[in-house]
Design a protein around this ligand. Structure first.
Ligand SMILES: Cc1ncc(COP(=O)(O)O)c(C=O)c1O
Length: 383
């Protein structure tokens, strides 16, 4: 027998049309997925550079597994820190231009642990309202005062900071907003943080490996104090790292609970990430990034010509804003009938009244794929 609160909670999500369910999917390639026996072009993943199935990553994952084992056997502070892990942290720090990097088990665990460690009861955290849920969880866990400003409302942030008094301050923001595909004004955030003596923490989950100079990401050492990057998106694997100063890394090694009390990532994952960084520095990837952004422009322009709102998207994440939850779910199902996977994103992931199809492009898509997507949208919308 389930307790009443669980039964009631499930009745509520069902009646609001917001019930989430799991469905089996088989990824055939970064551009193709099979669901319910149907082959679909996948416009839903975060595999931006199409690395998740690259032979180079798979090979190095196998090689590191053969050399170091299937598991890492302990947390990093016990016996889980291998030479390979330390070298990878140095490689990550150098790639990002920071003094140091610390590997954590996922983007979620990284944000929750690092933010809780960097804040505390006596501190105030200022966070963008559209930040990723893992950042919010870190802010809540820290026990500090948690103040949220409206999406990219820099004047509001300014007023909040001015009224906050003298205590320690932490500003937390995504670089790229995952459901909107727009980019925070990072120079302004940096300048504001400096003026108010606040630490600036940037989550570069959707920038790392794909945006910024040579795909290094948007959260550079000139723009923030602490940068979280995930390995689960453009790097095609799993895990995350926090880049920062050497002294800050030492602090996190001693205070970040999700680092201290969790087993180190397995060698297979570290090997895949090592290979991803090598690949991301090649000319092939530079060209793939240019083609990706060209296709994203083509998609945005095409959707706008069809009369759709794509918000402030300026990256490979392009929201097709619909508004009402039921219509968005229906639109997503119609796309699937057209052979396209474009997932409906509904409240509470996005604010009420702003349900959307989140379309994300990756390096494996072709121009013809995007044309097919636009043609399907045109047919569904009857335009
Ligand atoms: C902005 C942002 N931060 C963090 C995460 C969590 O990363 P991970 O999936 O590696 O746990 C996500 C993932 O979806 C994200 O979009």
């Amino acid at each position: 027998m389930l307790p009443d609160f669980i039964v009631k909670a499930m009745e509520d999500v069902e009646s609001l049309g917001l019930k989430r369910t799991l469905r089996a999917a088989e990824r055939r390639s970064p551009r193709e997925i099979v669901i319910g026996g149907r082959r679909l072009i996948d416009f839903s993943s975060n595999d931006y550079m199409a690395l998740s199935m690259r032979g180079e990553l798979i090979e190095r994952a196998c090689e590191w597994t053969r050399r170091f084992g299937a598991g890492s056997a302990a947390s990093r502070l016990i016996s889980g820190t291998t030479e390979a892990c330390l070298l990878l942290e140095e490689k990550l720090a150098a790639w990002k231009g920071f003094e140091a990097a610390i590997i954590l088990s996922s983007g979620y665990a990284g944000n929750v642990g690092a933010i809780a460690a960097l804040s505390g009861r006596s501190r105030t955290i200022f966070a963008n309202k559209l930040n990723h849920a893992s950042l919010n969880q870190g802010c809540l866990l820290s026990g500090g005062e948690f103040k949220r400003y409206a999406h990219c409302d820099w004047d509001r942030l300014e007023r909040m900071l001015a009224n906050a008094g003298e205590g320690d301050k932490l500003i937390v923001s995504d670089t790229v907003f995952s459901m909107d595909g727009d980019i925070a004004d990072l120079a302004r955030l940096r300048e504001t943080a400096e003026r108010h003596h606040a630490l600036l923490y940037l989550d570069d989950a959707h920038g790392s490996g794909v945006l910024g100079e040579h795909g290094h990401g948007l959260a550079t050492p000139a723009l923030c104090d602490v940068a979280l990057s995930t390995f689960s998106k453009a790097l095609g694997s799993f895990g995350s790292c926090v880049c920062c100063s050497r002294a800050m890394k030492e602090y996190l090694v001693n205070h970040c609970a999700s680092f201290i009390f969790s087993t180190a990532l397995p060698p297979a994952v570290l090997g895949a990430v090592d290979a991803a960084i090598d690949l991301l520095r090649t000319d092939e990837m530079e060209q793939a990034r240019a083609a990706l952004f060209r296709r994203a422009d083509f998609l945005r322009n095409g959707l706008r010509e069809l009369g759709f709102d794509t918000g402030k998207s300026e990256t490979m994440i392009v929201p097709l804003l619909i508004g009402e939850t039921e219509r968005t779910t229906e639109f997503s199902m119609r796309l699937q009938e057209e052979g396209i996977l474009g997932v409906a994103i509904r409240p509470p992931t996005v604010p009420r009244g702003t349900a959307r199809i989140r379309l994300s492009l990756n390096a494996a898509h072709t121009d013809a794929d995007v044309e097919r997507l636009l043609e399907a949208v045109r047919r569904i919308a009857g335009r």
